[in-house]
Write a protein that binds this ligand. Structure first.
Ligand code: ADP
Length: 241
């Protein structure tokens, strides 16, 4: 078995040089695919995810149509080349679970009742994985939905908080996820102050849990501000062209 690396130095610095409450460099871009109605590319450090949105369009096969609202379908998928060891391209149980939690998070903000019998399809493709792919995927999906002009109550920003060597840290990378004591993926609609995704792998005390939520909110608010800015810049560039 590989020995657990030291994840926090005596000076309180993380394995990649960050402070506990620091995000990785976050990069985002919308409108990156010409054949999708909306799309976004999001990077949290080395984690790189693309999202594409199709719809609203007539839901097919007809049997899946709902008379009073749109069906939202979400597929989270890790590309075989996204991980160090080649991952099987077939959908895993993990990918099915993540597709479901991301769909539920997005469904809570989309005005699905405006599009009866339609479908909105969201494809999330992980291009490079270094921890936090579901949260980066959620951010990318939310941006792609906005880019597609889908009406929503709010944008959703995702970020994970972890506990490593007894310290709560923001936006964990793969090593911190693998060797840490806890991992808490979090999705936040900051404008309406609603938590739309919350999972916890590992154990936190009630006090740590409260602090983890505060830390996650702080991180998600920063990402949320960057999402708004990215959409604003795209809008301005379309006005100019
Ligand atoms: P998340 O990516 O949302 O943090 P997990 O906690 O399940 O989800 O995974 C943590 C990290 O472990 C991923 O970001 C990825 O870097 C790595 N990982 C997950 N699944 C696989 C896999 N099938 N093969 C190799 N690495 C994986």
């Amino acid at each position: 078995m590989v020995e657990k690396p030291k994840l926090i130095t005596n000076e309180g610095v993380r394995i990649d040089g960050r402070k506990p409450d620091e995000l990785r460099p976050v990069r985002m871009e919308v409108g990156v695919l010409k054949n999708a109605n909306g799309s976004a590319l999001v990077e949290y450090g080395k984690t790189k995810v693309i999202a594409a949105v199709y719809g609203p369009r007539e839901a097919l096969p007809k049997a899946v149509q709902l008379p009073d609202r749109a069906v939202l379908r979400v597929r989270y998928h890790m590309a075989p080349f996204s991980t160090e060891e080649h991952k099987s391209p077939a959908p895993s149980r993990r990918e099915i679970e993540l597709s479901k939690v991301i769909r539920e998070a997005l469904e809570s903000v989309i005005f699905v009742d405006q599009f009866p019998r339609a479908s909105i399809d969201v494809f999330i493709e992980v291009l490079q994985a270094d921890g936090g792919t579901r949260t980066a995927g959620l951010t990318a999906a939310s941006l792609a939905l906005a880019d597609a002009g889908i009406p929503m109550r709010d944008l959703v920003a995702g970020v994970a908080v972890g506990k490593v060597d007894g310290v709560l840290v923001l936006d964990i990378n793969e090593l911190e996820d693998e060797y840490g004591e806890a991992d808490m993926p979090f999705g936040y609609a900051a404008g309406v102050d609603e938590i739309v995704l919350l999972q916890l792998n590992g154990v936190l005390t009630p006090d740590e849990f409260k602090k983890a939520i505060e830390l996650a909110k702080k991180g998600a608010e920063k990402i949320y501000a960057q999402m708004k800015e990215t959409l604003h810049m795209k809008y301005l560039s379309t006005l100019e062209s």
